[in-house]
Write a new protein. Sequence first.
Length: 174
Amino acid sequence: MSRTARASVTPVPTKTTARHRAASRPRRASSSVIVRSQSFANAIEIQGVHHVAIICDSLERSMDFYGRMLGLEINPERPEDKLPYRGAWLWIGPEMIHLMELPNPDVTHVEFRPTHGGRDRHFCIGVKNIQPLIECLEKEGVAYTASKSGRPAIFFRDPDANTLEVVEGLDWRS
């Protein structure tokens, strides 16, 4: 199938039974899966997340947004001419965000996405103080929602409807 072709899937109506409803509920992984995963993670020695890739319509608009909202800077060491599309690598702590100017296969109209970003695909960054970001978002007119869990966290979207979560005070690296 070509990169631009889309498979057409027609749902087949089925009779819903209690067994089907129970099977569709979220389930936790079994402890044996977790043990195997942990031992495998130890074997390959995971070092962390290298980068998160984000599709954008306009590289300049996205770079401006991430620079103004989060103060992210370009990583000048990353090559610009190695990939067949425009992009930029932004530092976000010791990791990076890879902005990729490509056609987006996802719905980018916010009205068709979940109202609360915590119910949508997202990535999360930790900060020591969330209040300056909240003030910046309000000043810039960027909508955000508070975490439903009660944690000091917010969700907001970039100009291409990608969701970011920002949580305050988690010290997961110590």
